[in-house]
Design a protein around this ligand. Structure first.
Ligand code: DP6
Length: 331
């Protein structure tokens, strides 16, 4: 048998309508559908090699050892791929990530999409995009969407075969739309995403309102994307994110992912709107925050954010492409 090695690139995606709560915690089936935009300048590259040279799975991210709980998730995912492909060998994996990790910037979405594509290819499987999305979903839900570029919807489905992502519009559809990702804190959150969405689903009295509202938001978001209606996209994305956080803060224990700097940026976004700069915010399970805007306003928004003095880093992304195999291996 030839070399069992492959390398893939995938981009993280930003949820415009959030995936929040699981119907099935083993298969990672979501309680609700979600919509995202795959980003362009942030990326994760992953090389995977199966070989009898390894007596256990080993992996690094940017050359560093991987924390135990993440490693457990990776090994489980490799086990899934081994059982589907019939490959029994252990693997070496290496990931390169060009954006802040574990900062609520969706590193698991690009990480698992790239890992799934690289490992399944190295194992000799030739999965189509739908199959890739289903398999990737089982590693981390949001990664099902990073298989595709542009604007993507994860259809919730009621079984594993039905729960996968599909493209709404490709990455060339709306070049004016930008995401300004602002890191205000690099310290680890107390409750991770997986734990947080379970606590919110199980304990927030607002969780049922979240579910009632989300189907309306999905419909509005599809329309906003199809019509390139930025005002609608921004308003719905911002409110959807706040509704998700509404369930989080009303959980037992309360999940407050924000730090003062997060709120400062939120207030600044509202102020910018009053000042005639149209922009909206959205945030996931962390203190860091994304500002959605049109290309023409990015420079002005950047200046305003810089002036607050709270941004540790700022990353600008447009819509990017889906997961792909690349030739150049990382090792
Ligand atoms: C708040 O995909 O990281 O970012 O499926 O447990 O791995 P697991 O969770 P993950 O959840 C992402 C949740 C979110 C919203 C979103 O990206 O849709």
């Amino acid at each position: 048998m030839g070399e069992m090695k492959a390398t893939a690139i995938a981009h993280p995606n930003l949820a415009l309508i959030k995936y929040w709560g699981k119907m099935d915690e083993v298969q990672l089936l979501p309680m609700n559908g979600s919509i995202s935009v795959t980003l362009d300048s942030y990326f994760t590259k992953v090389t995977v090699e199966f070989s009898d040279a390894y007596d256990k799975d080993i992996a690094t991210i940017n050359g560093n050892e991987i924390p135990e709980n993440t490693m457990t998730r990776l090994v489980k995912h490799l086990d899934r791929i081994r059982s589907l492909s019939g490959v029994k060998l252990k693997a070496r994996g290496e990931a390169q990530i060009n954006f802040p990790i574990g900062a609520g910037l969706a590193s698991s979405s690009s990480g698992f999409a790239a890992l799934t594509l690289a490992a399944s290819t190295a194992a000799g499987m030739n999965l189509n995009k739908k199959e890739l999305s289903i398999l990737s979903r089982q590693g981390s839900g949001s990664s099902s969407r990073s298989v595709y570029g542009g604007f993507v919807e994860w259809l919730k489905g009621s079984s594993s075969e039905e729960s996968y992502a599909a493209q709404i519009k490709d990455e060339k559809w709306w070049p004016e739309l930008k995401d300004i990702a602002i890191v205000v804190s690099t310290s680890a959150r107390k409750v991770d995403t997986r734990g947080g969405m379970k606590i919110a689903k199980d304990t927030s009295p607002y969780y049922s309102s979240w579910l009632e509202n989300v189907s309306r938001d999905l419909e509005s978001m599809r329309k906003a994307i199809n019509d390139k209606n930025f005002t609608l996209l921004g308003k719905i994305a911002e409110r959807n994110s706040l509704m998700m956080h509404g369930t989080a803060i009303s959980s037992t224990p309360p999940l407050i992912y924000w730090v003062p700097e997060t709120v400062l940026i939120m207030q600044d976004v509202l102020k910018m709107r009053e000042d005639g700069i149209e922009c909206y915010f959205t945030l996931d399970t962390g203190a860091n925050i994304h500002i959605l805007s049109m290309d023409r306003d990015v420079k002005r928004i950047n200046e305003r954010i810089e002036a607050t003095g709270v941004a540790k880093s700022i990353g600008i992304n447009g819509a990017g492409s889906g997961a792909e195999i690349i030739d150049k291996h990382l090792f």
